[in-house]
Structures are given as C-alpha cells and as structure tokens.
Write a protein that binds this ligand. Structure first.
Ligand code: NAD
Length: 317
C-alpha cells in the first residue's frame, strides 16, 4: 500500500480509502457485524483513510463506523461531512452545520475529525457556501473539532469555482474519473494540482455500475449505460479478469489523486479491492472497454441546482 500526502496537509493517506456509505445500507442488504469486521480487516491491511457522512443511511454509517473504530482511532484519518442530511434534505447554514458536526463527532465516538467536508456543494448556493458554511467550519477547526477542511460534490465546475474563491485543503470529486469517465482531468485536476489542493477521487466503480453484481436501483445511470457496464463485465471475464479490480486499478493509476475512495461493507470486498494493488495494468482491455462505450464514454447526469450544473442549461428541464 502506498501512502500519499493529501495536498498541502500533513495527512499521509493510503492510496485506497475506505468509503463508508455502504455501511449505511445504501447499496445492498448487508450484515452490520460483517461491516465492522470489514473495517477492522481494512485497518489491519494498511487502509488508514475512512470517509463517511451523516447522510449515509440517515446517520447509520457514522454510527457503525464509530463503533468499529472504537479503540482503533489512533493512526486512522477520519473524514466526515455536513450540509446534506437526506436525498433532498440540505442545510448549509452555519447553525445547521455546527449542530451537525457535534452530532457526527458523538456518533463517531471521537473528539475531532481529520477532514471535515461540505457535502455535495452543487445543491447549495455558491454565496452561502463561501460566505457562511466554510467560515463556520473554519471556526470549528479553530476549536479543534477538525484538522482540515474540504468540499465534495458531483459538479466539477462548482467545485472548481469554490476552490478558486476561498481556501480549501481538499476537494472530493465522485463519478468523474473511472473506466467510464475521465472528464475530471479536463475540468478540475489541472487547477487543483497547480494550487496544491488535495484531490480525493471517489466511486472508482461508478457507484456499483462497474461490478459483477451491478448497480443499486437508485443509480442515476440510464439503461443504455447499465447495459454497457454489463458488457464490460463480460469483456473482462472473457480475459479472466474481474471488472471491479480492473476498474479500481485504472483509478489507482491516476497521477495526482492522493486517495481513491471505494465503498466497502464486507471483508470479501476489502480483500478483492486490495488485490487490485498487485494487479498488472491492462491498457489493451481498458481501451477496448472504453471504446465499447462509444458516445456514452464521459456521460454526465444532472445533479444539484440547475445553476450549478456542468450540463448546458438547455438540457436541464
Ligand atoms: P463505488 O464506486 O466505490 O462503488 C461501491 C459499490 O461497489 C458498493 O455496492 C460496494 O458494495 C461495491 N463494491 C466494492 N468493492 C467491490 C468489489 N471488490 N467487488 C464487487 N463489488 C464491490 O461507489 P461509492 O461507494 O459511492 O464511492 C466510494 C465512497 O466515496 C463512498 O462510500 C463515500 O465514502 C465517497 N463518496 C462521496 C461522495 C460525496 O461526498 N458527494 C459521493 C460519492 C462517494
């Protein structure tokens, strides 16, 4: 396992980070006790970066991760978020995020997080996040509740605008750099790299699309994209390879990203994902899969407020 500096912070994060949203039961039915064992297995095998949010499973993921980390917090780099509380529940006001952070710390059974992030910024107003949310998080940091601050979201344009307007230590982008899409590198990576802002890449499996079992029912990818993902599973299998490992390897090879967050809830998934570390690259198969996507390569779905979308306004109803 490689460890990389996260931007200009003093956090050295494992190249694979543990995405804890599946611990909230967000993806599939699972056994919470097995989830706890998966967290322990990940720590034992060198994963030191854990990402969660009060949104995942309506606080369940934080609760379960907090329980699993009890007695094992030392040496762990823990990230959580604020501002998003439900599918359509957002509150980026100072009062709400302050209360949210205190509640997160209680669930996580810790007195501070290493990284505190504004969750899914494209659902908020640029002005509120820059002028109210982030200044509030800076006060919480001064109080010792967080070591570093970041923003997360789907809209690359909005993430870049905020990072340009106000200092942030990290940016977490999801579903914009994996086997099916690489536009993060056109829009966001160059300016973050130039500014030394830490870049976290989430969802290397495109939120379950690039797995043998397939995506959850709520996945925003339209049917043709799902069909193409199934074909990719078959293309990989024909070469004796697991698509999820190939996809994770692809994201891990990014030249600037410090850590790739993959969602895990079982020891089997932890073990399978760690195998990607020793896997040889297969550029031929990667090209074949990306070419098989045709015009669906770099497909972007709508997310957030219309004015914050990366998509042309005329495409948004
Ligand atoms: P992902 O692409 O990591 O896919 C997760 C899905 O793949 C889950 O169903 C998981 O059970 C399955 N999976 C994992 N390893 C597997 C394996 N080896 N074989 C088969 N299936 C496997 O998507 P994600 O979980 O959404 O993203 C990773 C993490 O990044 C999240 O858990 C979260 O912590 C973070 N994230 C943050 C944001 C945000 O802040 N806005 C958005 C997306 C993700």
């Amino acid at each position: 396992m490689l460890y990389r500096q996260l931007g200009k912070t003093d956090l050295r994060v494992s190249e694979i980070g543990f995405g804890a949203s599946p611990l909230g039961g967000v993806y599939h039915d699972f056994d919470p006790a097995e989830g706890e064992r998966a967290v322990h297995a990940a720590i034992d095998q060198g994963i030191n970066f854990f990402d969660v949010s009060p949104y995942y499973g309506s606080t369940l993921a934080e609760e379960r991760l907090g329980r699993a980390l009890e007695g094992r917090r030392n040496g762990i780099l823990l990230a959580t978020k604020c501002g998003r509380n439900g599918v359509a529940q957002f509150d980026f006001s100072a009062a709400a995020v302050e209360a949210s952070v205190h509640a997160s710390l209680a669930r996580l059974r810790t007195s501070y997080v290493d990284l505190l992030q504004v969750h899914d910024v494209e659902f908020g107003s640029f002005e509120e996040i820059v002028q109210e949310t982030l200044p509030c998080l800076r006060r919480l940091r001064q109080q010792g509740l967080a070591r570093y601050l970041g923003i997360t979201g789907y809209s690359l344009g909005m993430l870049g605008r905020i990072a340009r307007a106000t200092p942030v230590d990290t940016v977490l982008s999801y579903c914009h750099y994996n086997l099916m899409i690489t536009d993060m590198d056109e829009v966001l990576t160059p300016e973050l790299r130039a500014a030394g802002v830490g870049l976290i890449n989430a969802s290397p499996l495109h939120m379950g699309l690039l797995t043998e079992q397939g995506p959850p029912h709520w996945h925003p990818g339209p049917p043709p994209l799902r069909g193409l993902a199934r074909r990719a599973v078959d293309l990989a299998a024909a070469r004796g390879m697991s698509l999820s490992q190939l996809a994770l390897r692809f994201s891990l090879d990014h030249p600037y990203v410090s850590t790739t967050l993959v969602g895990m809830a079982t020891r089997q998934q932890v073990s399978s994902n760690l195998q990607a570390l020793n896997q040889q690259r297969d550029p031929g198969l990667v090209t074949e899969i990306q070419q098989s996507l045709g015009s669906w390569f770099n497909f972007v779905w709508p997310s957030g407020l219309k004015e914050n979308s990366d998509l042309p306004q005329e495409l948004l109803s």
